[in-house]
Write a protein that binds this ligand. Structure first.
Ligand code: BMA
Length: 303
């Protein structure tokens, strides 16, 4: 299959050298175009090994300047026991407001927090999604059948697939339904999870997700694409057979965790119809690759 993504020649675009004060690694950012600027919310693993959320800003989507401190998460007595490792932020604009879903691991296991922000400086707590045992949660950019909707990834033992859930208020979630399951023997034959916020297209909701399979005794993370029905995302319209991005460059093959390309954010350039995909490589650094939206849609139909 012809490669549809063009990697930026200056990859990685963000490394540990770009984080004031230094860090162990910087990876898996959410992305949004806000007030004429490209914003990334990154995962920064500090020297003590704990990942934190960290904002960086750019005028061109390539050269980013990181803030000089991590995101100051809202302090809330009731929830502080969960705040330990914070990572994989995903940003979704809904009705003109910006929401961030992110993973929180601690003594209780992994669960997902939702934040809201008006400026990417101050963040307020909205809620937590589900109980522990859920991961890779990303909000749809608009309500579906009158409800907020998210893709999520409940874990039942070793079974980890992509689901959709609904909420009237972003607090109470339910009506969950499976969307896609892992394909035995394929590149996405192990666990799978949502990546970027779904993009509305005339063909359906486009989602770029990650799939994992064992490779030489350790997991390999690759990216693929699906189209979901606009009214009922549990109905999959098309699912590409091949990964659309897989570890290939040296920094995608070796790093903090080898053989990982993992995305949590992308920005669609409306004028050119091109998608800027931001992705973490090996939980170590941040890269950029670009593809035509139409080519990604076409890749969904390759069987
Ligand atoms: C997943 C997440 C990501 C990470 C990936 C590969 O479970 O925790 O943050 O990039 O593993 O290590």
């Amino acid at each position: 299959m012809k490669e549809i993504f063009t990697r930026h020649s200056g990859n990685p675009i963000i490394t540990t050298d770009d984080i004031p004060g230094g860090c162990r690694s910087v990876f898996n950012p959410g992305a949004v175009f806000f007030n004429g600027k490209y914003i990334l919310m990154m995962t920064v693993r500090s020297m003590d090994n704990l990942p934190k959320l960290w904002v960086a800003t750019s005028c061109d989507g390539i050269n980013f300047k990181a803030e000089d401190h991590p995101v100051d998460l809202p302090k809330d007595e009731r929830y502080s026991k969960y705040e330990f490792c914070n990572y994989d932020p995903r940003i979704t604009k809904i009705d003109g407001e910006y929401y961030v879903t992110y993973a929180i691991s601690g003594f209780f296991g992994c669960r997902i927090g939702i934040l809201k922000t008006a400026d990417f400086q101050k963040f307020e707590r909205v809620s937590f999604v589900h109980e522990v045992g859920n991961h890779n949660v990303v909000l749809f950019p608009e309500k579906i059948r009158g409800m907020y909707a998210c893709l999520d990834r409940p874990q039942h033992g070793s079974i980890m697939n992509m689901w959709v859930s609904y909420s009237p208020d972003l607090i109470h979630w339910g009506e969950s339904d499976a969307v896609i399951i892992s394909r035995e023997g394929f590149w996405d034959g192990g666990k799978i999870g949502a990546g970027i916020p779904p993009i509305k297209t005339p063909k359906g909701w486009l989602e770029i997700y990650h799939g994992v399979r064992e490779s030489g005794g350790s997991p390999m993370y690759q990216l693929g694409c699906i189209l979901m029905d606009l009214e009922d995302p549990s109905k999959v319209i098309a699912r590409g057979r091949y990964p659309i991005l897989y570890p290939k460059e040296t920094h995608e093959l070796t790093g903090f965790i080898p053989n990982v390309v993992f995305t949590a954010g992308a920005i669609l350039e409306e004028k050119t119809g091109k998608l800027k995909l931001y992705y973490g490589a090996c939980d170590q650094c941040i890269c950029l690759a670009t593809a035509k939206l139409d080519d990604i849609i076409e890749a969904c139909y390759q069987e």
